[in-house]
Design a protein around this ligand. Structure first.
Ligand code: SF4
Length: 216
């Protein structure tokens, strides 16, 4: 079915959100109990599926290493061992330590929370191992800043629905942030719903039949 409706980009993005929300409901993201866990998960999830991250987090929890101060002090070899299920463990152990020291050396969350979103993003991006997606995940889910997180799933949906020809991170982020209200809850839920959509329907081989975005 093809809907012969002319949406503005804002209406289209809101229509997508409404359809996803209606189908999947609230996603309760980020799947973590503390801000520290959000940061740890945001690093561990680089280039791997979330179920691998869950195994690494379970190991960290069991070993009592699930805060950033624990990460900063723990022996690096032990850290590598604990996060092995998340892959790239040599790199990620280093990245986790970098981000843990960064937050610790800048007075922790209370102090960093006083920074503007722009400044904070710039600071996070200066940490080795923190790329745009990781920085934005930390900004949105740990610092509760209205920043849209773009991941491979977002690119896939944007591309398949021809929302933009330019599939660079910055352009996709701009697409959402310039056309939607800058709202933490909206961005939180939207990103989580796109992940759900990609896992259930918009897989490598898309299952368009019955997908909430079918015909859009
Ligand atoms: S599965 Fe098909 S209809 Fe659903 S989001 Fe992907 S491309 Fe669109």
């Amino acid at each position: 079915m093809f809907l012969a409706i002319n949406f503005t980009m804002r209406e289209l993005l809101l229509e997508i959100f409404n359809r996803l929300y209606k189908k999947f409901g609230e996603q309760h993201w980020w799947p973590a109990d503390t801000k520290d866990e959000v940061v740890i998960g945001a690093v561990l999830t680089q280039n791997t599926a979330w179920n691998n991250v869950e195994k690494a987090i379970a190991n960290l929890k069991k070993a009592g290493v699930l805060s950033l101060s624990d990460i900063a002090r723990v022996n690096e070899e032990l850290l590598k061992e604990l996060i092995k299920p998340a892959g790239f463990f040599n790199q990620k152990a280093l990245y986790l330590k970098n981000v843990a020291y960064f937050i610790k050396n800048h007075g922790g969350f209370p102090h960093l929370s006083k920074k503007s979103t722009h400044e904070l993003r710039k600071m996070l991006l200066s940490v080795k191992g923190v790329g745009k997606e990781t920085a934005d995940s930390i900004l949105l889910y740990a610092f509760e800043r209205p920043v849209f997180v773009v991941d491979a799933y977002t690119k896939r949906v944007v591309s398949r629905h021809k929302l933009s020809e330019d599939l660079t991170y910055d352009n996709i982020q701009k697409l959402f942030m310039e056309n939607l209200p800058l709202d933490v809850n909206l961005f939180n839920e939207y990103h989580a719903l796109i992940v759900k959509l990609a896992k259930e329907y918009c897989k490598k081989k898309p299952l368009c039949k019955g997908c909430p975005l079918e015909g859009l």
